[in-house]
Design a protein around this ligand. Structure first.
Ligand code: PGA
Length: 259
């Protein structure tokens, strides 16, 4: 299975931005501008309270709805948490886990990310697992070690058939929200390494080639085509540029192999 057979996924990460009341107008602008390919999926990962509004406004369009986090627990006394079943009940199809902002500001460990990944798979929601190194780690030559240990821990106890349903987003922390994008070569090097690591160290090539691997970190309307053109980059996880309908539409078009 080569790149053509994997889904191209262009996922927006709205982070803590926008309001539910603004969702219809946003989609009214975005949807007519979208030129989405047959093998391409467009996802908007929004804050929890925006999910119903996004689901309603995206109905009948190509836009799929994602969340940005999930509880590792099924239910019970976990004040403030949102379960995978609750997300599924609202029609959420994707969910980001292990974003570097959650690892940094909420002290999320690899073990917790693994538990969240299992919770999502159990609910039939596609996890978008984020991994990536800090600038200090890159400068120290630790990038591949950091990324492989995050991947290894996240997939602990996951069977090959389940693993195929997971989407990985390689997001170097130094490129997130900084305007400093990884070069296409740097991004391809790590995305290619992740695919090889999945194939050689955890699963096999059949499994690994089915996994969509995205790049994230200051992807924008200008640099998307070059990044998305790389052999092992199957899409993007886009923060800032996903808040601008016109820019996000350009990125979707860059991922459209039929265009
Ligand atoms: P950015 O964010 O595109 O604004 O760099 C990406 C992300 O954090 O997912």
């Amino acid at each position: 299975m080569d790149k053509k057979h994997r889904k191209t996924i262009i996922a927006g990460n709205w982070k803590m931005n926008q309001l539910a009341s603004g969702v219809p107008a946003f989609l009214d602008e975005l949807v007519p501008a979208l030129r989405c390919g047959a093998g391409e999926e467009v996802v908007l990962c929004v804050p929890f309270p925006l999910i119903p509004a996004m689901k309603a406004a995206a109905g009948g369009t190509v836009v799929r709805v994602g969340a940005q986090d999930v509880s590792a627990h099924d239910k019970g006394a976990y004040t403030g948490e949102v379960s995978a079943a609750m997300l599924q009940d609202l029609g959420t199809e994707y969910c980001i886990i292990g974003h570097s902002e959650r690892r940094a500001y909420h002290a999320e460990s690899d073990e917790l990310v693994n538990a969240k990944l299992k919770a999502l798979l159990g609910a039939g929601i596609t996890p978008i697992l984020c991994v990536g190194e800090s600038l200090e780690q890159r400068d120290a030559g630790e990038t591949l070690h950091v990324v492989s240990s995050q991947v290894k821990a996240a997939f602990e106890g996951i069977r090959p058939e389940q693993a195929k349903a997971v989407v990985i987003a390689y997001e170097p922390i130094w490129a997130i929200g900084t305007g400093r994008t990884a070069t296409a070569e740097q991004a391809q090097e790590v995305c290619g390494f992740i695919r090889e690591y999945l194939a050689e160290k955890i699963y096999d090539w059949e499994t690994s080639k089915a996994v969509s691997i995205l790049y994230g970190g200051s992807m924008n309307a200008k640099n998307a085509a070059e990044l998305l053109g790389q052999l092992d980059i199957d899409g993007g996880l886009i923060g800032g540029a996903s808040l601008k309908p016109a820019d996000f539409a350009v990125i979707v078009k860059a991922g459209n192999e039929d265009a």
